[in-house]
Design a protein around this ligand. Structure first.
Ligand SMILES: [Zn+2]
Length: 454
């Protein structure tokens, strides 16, 4: 592969100048030269930074984004939103799922994500029967990732409707498996992934509402090689209260008591954690998957990020319900939530990185890459060359001192400052455009009309 050259690049130790990257034929970075000459290298048109992992996506929910903002009742909540979501989920055909997912992944590339973990719980036909090909819908997700984004597919075990093994509701029938059918599905997806270069498979549990302790143990024992384990947890106060009523413990506390959480575990949301849970998660190196725009949209609450980061906690960011598909929006709202709570400015910095945007970006890229088992996350030897190139010609970057570059993008510029997106040394977006975007967009438009007008 042709070497790449950037006048400015964000390396693990900070910004470097005149950086030349030598890649192998798989797009892995094999040599990094600073203060180098471009000689024979392809010159990137702006500052280069590592690509971002999207640690939590339900791509099909893009169809619903912005359509649940009309008040239904005086007490609209996560739980009333979920009813609208179930109505949509129960109508999608495999073709529609693939089309919507591919469009959402295109938007992710545009928003600065170079890989995505799809938390995939839609498994069966609308009446709950398995498809003739058990992994039909998971294969639609795999097909949608053909636009070049790195994909970590997380088939989700979902068995129950509430703590203590409650029977599922009819609206959940497309999601439901027991351990045996789940492991068969997992095997089928493993075969479907085959030798795809940017695809990774990992187990996921919907939540402590949806699975039992024995089920988690059975799945983990059957998949000892799993590098990533994802689960929604403590997103809503009502969920915390229900968990306490059932077990006498809070959800994260319950999990910490029973499982040896480590860096393989990614806890999605963890919004309602107390100080002790926060410290233990950080100490055990478990990663928290934060989705600030979704958590704001659904009225979940505010994660105690200041305390968690000060304790050395690791995190990634996700677009979850797809109400926003933008790295800048997630990181901005992560910081703003803390500011609104503390009534102060600049909360999520560290002595080593006083720039809020840079601190958040570097930590989210590193933690997110680990959480989804994709080999990007930093511009370093042995990592995949997943890169975002900011627009060096954009007026907002003119004369911008290096320490403010990421803040200019994340707090003020947004998506318009993204000029190129690279995955594994291949340029997927140039001047903000993907070569297949016309067809992908037209197909999405057709499906949206079918589903929203039908
Ligand atoms: Zn979710």
């Amino acid at each position: 592969m042709q070497p790449l050259y950037a006048e400015q690049a964000l390396l693990p130790n900070g910004w470097a100048r005149d950086v030349r990257l030598t890649l192998d034929r798989n797009g892995i970075i094999r040599q990094i030269d600073c203060n180098a000459i471009p000689h024979g290298a392809r010159r990137l048109p702006g500052p280069a930074i590592p690509g971002m992992a999207n640690v939590h996506s339900h791509a099909f929910q893009r169809l619903l984004a912005g359509l649940t903002e009309v008040a239904d009742c005086p007490d609209d909540s996560f739980w009333t939103w979920r009813e609208a979501l179930y109505r949509l989920a129960n109508r999608l055909t495999p073709e529609q799922l693939e089309t919507v997912t591919r469009y959402a992944y295109l938007e992710m590339l545009r928003g600065g994500y170079t890989s995505v973990a799809e938390f995939h719980y839609l498994h069966h036909q609308p009446d709950g029967r398995a498809y003739a090909n058990q992994s039909e819908l998971g294969e639609c997700i795999l097909a949608a990732a053909d636009i070049g984004i790195g994909l970590t597919l997380l088939p989700v075990l979902y068995t129950h409707a509430g703590f203590g093994g409650q029977a599922p509701a009819p609206a959940q029938r497309r999601f439901i498996n027991d351990v045996a059918s789940y492991l068969a599905l997992y095997d089928a997806l493993n075969r479907a992934i085959g030798g795809r270069s940017f695809a990774v498979l990992g187990p996921a549990f919907h939540s402590l509402r949806a699975v039992t302790e024995a089920q988690i143990r059975s799945v983990l024992e059957a998949l000892p090689q799993a590098e990533t384990i994802h689960m929604h947890i403590a997103e809503q106060r009502r969920e915390v209260e229900a968990c306490r009523a059932w077990s006498g413990q809070r959800p994260v506390e319950w999990l910490l008591e029973r499982f040896a959480l480590d860096a393989r575990w990614c806890l999605i949301h963890a919004t309602h954690v107390n100080a002790a849970e926060c410290t233990r998660l950080a100490r055990q190196r478990a990663i928290v998957g934060l989705c600030p725009t979704t958590e704001a949209n659904l009225g979940d609450g505010v994660f105690p990020a200041e305390a968690f980061l000060q304790a050395g906690g690791r995190f990634g960011i996700g677009s979850d319900s797809q109400v926003s598909i933008s790295v800048a929006a997630e990181l901005r709202w992560l910081e703003y939530g803390q500011r609104l709570r503390a009534e102060r400015r600049n909360r999520l910095w560290s002595p080593a990185r006083r720039s809020v945007g840079e601190n958040l970006y570097v930590r989210a890229a590193d933690g997110g890459g680990r959480a989804i088992g994709q080999p990007g996350g930093s511009i370093a030897l042995g990592r995949r060359a997943d890169l975002i190139v900011l627009d060096g010609d954009h007026p907002l970057l003119a004369g911008c001192p290096t320490e403010h570059l990421l803040n200019r993008w994340l707090f003020a510029g947004g998506k318009q400052l993204i000029r190129e997106v690279w995955v594994a040394g291949a340029r997927l977006l140039s001047d903000g455009h993907h070569p297949s975007e016309r067809e992908i967009t037209a197909a999405f438009r057709r499906v949206a009309r079918q589903l929203l007008n039908g």
